[in-house]
Design a binder for this molecule. Structure first.
Ligand SMILES: C[S@@+](CC[C@H](N)C(=O)[O-])C[C@H]1O[C@@H](n2cnc3c(N)ncnc32)[C@H](O)[C@@H]1O
Length: 226
């Protein structure tokens, strides 16, 4: 393992806002913060927003700056990526940001029923040929439904036409409400929304910047779950 990765892992252990439960801890008792994130961690009552597969946490940190009235948690299995977001959040003095290093499959061990208000899926792996593993598969949507509030929403931002179309099919199949939807975020959606929403949609993640340089089109859908 590279020195860089090791020093990032070491620094993660010093951050109060990076939680790294073991799979055994999650499997036996669940995360102690489950159902208690606002009371015990953020110490204020505010809507909780998750970014799943957050990588360097560009949406987690970007949204925390744009909408400081909400609490944000970036989740990823890779500690070296989470470190980037955690370090930036610390440098910016953001008290409304946490990072959780775990597998998205363990989400029900980490959040209580209706504890979460919004979920962002940013450039998730389209899992070609493995539909069950997609983060908008029926299995994951059922999990999100448990932890989301009745008016909770899910945002998907992706370069993958496969994942975008697949998600639209699951939305239709389950008769879920589409709140916003565009196959061309920058050419079609951004010009017609409010400046506040433009700022949110204009946040670029690490992967998004790579795909934009390759000339790929970015898709977005926001939908309700209940
Ligand atoms: C394509 S990257 C996108 C990262 C970031 N959202 C971005 O747009 O730059 C997918 C991310 O999802 C994470 N990931 C994939 N499967 C995961 C899982 N089951 N649980 C947690 N993280 C996962 C990977 O570690 C990776 O950081």
């Amino acid at each position: 393992m590279g020195k860089n990765k090791l020093s990032r892992f070491a620094e993660n252990r010093t951050f109060d806002h990076v939680l790294q439960p073991t799979f055994t801890e999650l499997r036996t008792d669940g995360l102690p913060l489950k159902g208690r994130w606002n009371v015990e961690f953020f110490k204020r009552d505010a809507p909780i927003v998750l970014e799943l597969g957050c990588g360097g946490g560009e949406y987690t940190v970007g949204l925390a700056q744009l909408r400081p009235e909400k609490n944000y948690i970036g989740i990823d299995i890779k500690g070296a990526r989470i470190w980037r977001g955690a370090r930036t959040a610390k440098e910016l003095g953001l008290a409304n940001v946490a990072f959780l290093r775990t597998h998205v499959d363990h989400i029900l061990s980490c959040f209580g029923p209706q504890e979460v208000s919004e979920i962002w899926l940013t450039f998730s792996d389209p899992q070609i040929g493995k539909a069950r593993k997609r983060l908008t598969s029926p299995l994951f949507l059922a999990r999100y439904k448990e932890i989301l509030k009745p008016n909770g929403v899910i945002h998907l931002k992706t370069d993958s036409p496969l994942l975008y179309e697949y998600t639209l099919e699951r939305i239709a199949e389950n008769e879920l409400p589409i709140l916003e939807c565009s196959a061309e975020v920058y050419a079609e959606l951004v010009p017609r929304v409010s400046p506040e929403e433009q700022a949110v949609l204009n946040i670029r993640t690490y992967y998004e910047r790579m795909w934009l340089e390759e000339g790929r089109t970015i898709h977005y859908v926001r939908f309700g779950i209940h």
